[in-house]
Ligand binder design. Structure first.
Ligand SMILES: Cc1cc2nc3c(=O)[nH]c(=O)nc-3n(C[C@H](O)[C@H](O)[C@H](O)COP(=O)(O)OP(=O)(O)OC[C@H]3O[C@@H](n4cnc5c(N)ncnc54)[C@H](O)[C@@H]3O)c2cc1C
Length: 400
């Protein structure tokens, strides 16, 4: 049997990679710096391109239990509540893309991936260890240095054949792979997130559909998770750069949010008023990937947010990490644990993830637009309807 390759990070991307590899009999070891698995992250939308991958991994039943399957995406004007366009997630949509549109709690998806790697493949991610640095040895392998992040002050050196950096936006693996690169950039947008039991909301604010509310310099997205028992709400507004960008999960000042929403329609303002507890995420990203070498070199590859952190305006960050994992496993299965497999992975992925990053940035501008651009957006949506909201090049491409 091959020596296990090392995966830095046990988020959605790292666990998806461990699972995809294990399904191809490729052993891996997952290293996670956190003390414990936390319920972070609120909701995640999964387009049919992602649901297809999860189903191909045998997770269809688990998804059925934990996800919600909205029947439509409604786009509405955040100021006057007018309906701008609708994309139906009906049987035609299911037939077109071979899978439904799903919405989940990040922690539920994480738990399903963790259970699967643990129970089916005996992979126990190692907590409280941070991948500090790596170096290439004379024999072509890698020596990776790990530091303990808990009470134990340990340093370990591991010899591994390959390293997959799934260590998120502030990736240390990336820093070494692409030295001299600038830090992730602040997008100028703050995301207020909340997850509430629907039963605690006034009946008029409960919802089983995905609704995007578009307004000048702001937008809000709401959708059900946990089989519809909870509503996930994200409200994005322009805001100054917080001091500590890396500590992304702040308790939010709901007063600021309510002031920013004072001119919005009642269903938007109502959510801000009805929900007491908000978390704040300053949205950061990097410029879109420009070449395959930004995703893999030699025995090291990047995956998920470490490779292509993106703005959430296409709701595909976790989805792209899951697709990365599927393609990585296919390439390693076909080529063995050789650098060529990682080059092939990067070649197959970089243009798609780059396009998703670019489109996410563009969507942000369109969602938050004012003046003539806003008028053009609304008119386009009225005339073209579903055709403008649907994303066939994204949802339709099969990576597995
Ligand atoms: C407001 C908002 C809404 C979003 N909505 C959606 C959506 O609807 N759909 C969607 O698909 N995506 C969405 N996303 C994006 C999605 O959450 C991320 O793209 C995805 O979770 C990234 O997963 P990852 O595993 O690559 O990174 P992470 O989740 O950041 O995981 C990285 C892991 O690595 C660990 N780590 C870091 N450094 C080290 C180290 N040196 N050694 C060991 N471990 C380390 C971290 O502790 C962490 O557990 C949204 C994001 C935001 C902010």
């Amino acid at each position: 049997m091959d020596t296990p390759l090392l995966i830095a990070g046990g988020g959605i991307g790292g666990l998806a990679a461990a699972l995809a590899l294990a399904r191809q009999q490729i052993p891996s070891r997952v290293i996670e710096q956190a003390d414990a698995w936390a319920e972070v992250g609120a909701g995640i939308q999964l387009g049919p391109n992602v649901v297809r991958v999860l189903k191909s991994w045998g997770l269809g039943d688990a998804l059925q239990e934990m996800a919600s399957f909205p029947q439509m995406l409604r786009v509405r004007d955040a100021l006057n509540g007018r309906m701008l366009g609708v994309l139906h997630f009906d049987s035609q949509f299911g037939l077109r893309y071979g899978a439904p549109y799903a919405t989940v709690h990040r922690a539920d998806l994480h738990r399903v991936l963790l259970d699967e790697v643990l129970r089916q493949y005996g992979i126990q991610p190692q907590l409280q260890r941070r991948i500090e640095r790596y170096r290439t040895c004379a024999d072509g392998g890698l020596e990776v240095e790990l530091h303990g992040t808990g009470a134990e002050a340990v340093t370990e050196q591991l010899q591994v054949p390959m390293l997959i950096g799934a260590d998120g936006l502030w990736s240390r693996v990336r820093k070494q792979l692409l030295p001299g690169e600038a830090e992730p950039r602040y997008s100028g947008i703050l995301a207020y997130r909340a997850l509430v039991p629907q039963a605690t909301l006034p009946a008029c604010l409960r919802s089983r559909q995905v609704t995007a509310w578009l307004g000048p310099d702001l937008h809000a997205v709401q959708y059900p998770v946990r089989g519809g028992s909870h509503l996930n709400v994200v409200i994005m507004i322009r805001g100054p750069r917080p001091e500590d960008l890396q500590d992304w999960d702040h308790a939010a000042n709901a007063g600021h949010l309510r002031t920013a929403l004072q001119h919005t329609a009642l269903p938007v303002r109502g959510l801000a008023d009805a929900i007491a507890s908000w978390r704040l995420w300053p949205l950061c990203d990097r410029p879109p990937v420009r070449a395959a070498r930004e995703m893999a070199q030699g025995q090291v590859a990047l995956l998920g947010d470490a490779a292509h952190p993106m703005r959430p305006f296409l709701a595909q960050g976790a989805g792209m990490a899951i697709e990365d994992a599927a393609v990585l496993a296919q390439c390693l299965q076909a080529q063995g644990q050789r650098p060529q497999a990682l080059q092939q992975y990067a070649q197959q992925r970089w243009q798609r993830v780059s396009r998703v990053q670019q489109r996410s940035i563009r969507n942000g501008g369109i969602f938050h637009s004012t003046g003539w651009l806003r008028w053009g957006r609304d008119t386009g949506m009225r005339l073209l309807g579903e055709r403008l909201i649907d994303v066939p090049w994204l949802y339709g491409q099969c990576v597995v």
